[in-house]
Design a protein around this ligand. Structure first.
Ligand code: SF4
Length: 331
């Protein structure tokens, strides 16, 4: 992993933010591209927000990218472009919560501040036989205290990474590899045969099914696109104008024109259905139905809409599912 070969606090910070919610294998190429494009905090601070989102395109949870840039701008202005060591200053930056604070502080600065993620919660719950829901803040605080107390006087960054690595590769959620685990002689769950009972995890929130329709409206060499408002899901990204349908597309096809008129003030007639794509975001499981459309737009467009030239599509940041539509169109 490229971020394990550096002590650059900025690189460690970027990797820790990317690794939240995303698998290591997916993160590696994104991390390399990011560090190549924005090699320093100052470069990130000065970059255009659309370029930042473009570099994040496909990683999801885009607020992570927006927060990284906002924080970089604060660090450039207030700390001369160097990530502060001080915990209070570090945790006041956007996007840096207790986990990122611990990871950056221990790995980059060798400070005894614990980073407790899902892997660490699982290992510690089994090791010390903690029969408490690991989704509760109180349990997380308790585990953080245990990990903090176990820091040695040196190699704190290695200890943090060892906890995480043990959870990711040995103390797996199902079928933990206890026989090759370096902690097996100390582990309460192993001794008492409780590895399949711990950790205790409350049920995930139910996923919500959503059906949406997007239209491709083309005028000469431009496409009508919607820029998602900041503060909303996928804020700052561009999409083909999309509306939510009240139910399955075959039952509600006739309502699509009216929904677009209500949402964006445009009169469109969806013609051929080009694609049906499935995607997930937060707790939503969505089916996106993409239509080629004909129609007219008012002179004064809805503030979220814009005509974007085909030549700019490649540099415009889209959520992954809309980037697939672009690929279809351009191919
Ligand atoms: S002995 Fe098994 S349950 Fe205990 S920490 Fe190691 S892998 Fe996890």
């Amino acid at each position: 992993m490229p971020w394990r070969k550096t002590k650059d606090p900025y690189a460690i910070w970027v990797s820790e933010i990317m690794l939240q919610q995303t698998q290591v294998d997916t993160v590696i190429p994104y991390f390399n591209r990011w560090m190549h494009t924005f090699p320093t905090i100052k470069k990130l601070a000065q970059a255009k927000d659309e370029k930042v989102l473009k570099m994040w395109e496909g990683l999801g949870y885009y607020s992570r990218a927006r927060n990284l840039q906002k924080a970089a701008q604060m660090v450039a202005k207030e700390h001369g472009g160097k990530l502060p060591k001080d915990s209070a200053q570090l945790s006041s930056l956007p996007g840096i919560g207790p986990y990122s604070l611990g990871a950056i502080s221990s790995i980059a600065f060798e400070l005894p501040i614990a980073a407790v993620d899902g892997n660490v919660l699982r290992v510690v719950s089994r090791l010390f036989e903690i029969h408490k829901n690991i989704k509760d803040k109180k349990t997380v605080d308790e585990v953080r205290e245990i990990v903090t107390a176990l820091f040695s006087d040196k190699d704190r960054g290695d200890m943090t990474q060892a906890w995480m690595e043990l959870g990711a590769t040995v103390c797996l959620p199902t079928n933990p590899k206890c026989l090759i685990c370096p902690l097996q002689k100390l582990c309460a769950a192993k001794k008492k045969n409780l590895t399949d009972k711990l950790p205790i995890v409350s049920k995930r929130p139910k996923t919500k099914k959503v059906v949406t329709a997007a239209i491709i409206l083309k005028r000469e060499n431009t496409f009508l696109l919607e820029k998602r408002p900041l503060g909303k899901i996928m804020g700052g990204l561009w999409l083909f104008p999309t509306v939510e349908l009240p139910g399955p597309v075959n039952k509600h096809k006739q309502e699509i024109s009216a929904l677009f008129e209500k949402e964006f003030g445009i009169k469109v007639k969806p013609a051929n259905q080009l694609l049906t794509l499935s995607h997930s975001y937060t707790v939503h499981r969505a089916q996106l139905n993409v239509f080629l459309a004909q129609g007219t737009t008012p002179k004064k467009l809805h503030p979220d809409l814009n005509w974007i030239n085909e030549s700019r599509l490649k540099e415009t940041p889209f959520p992954a599912v809309h980037a697939k539509i672009i690929d279809q169109i351009l191919n």
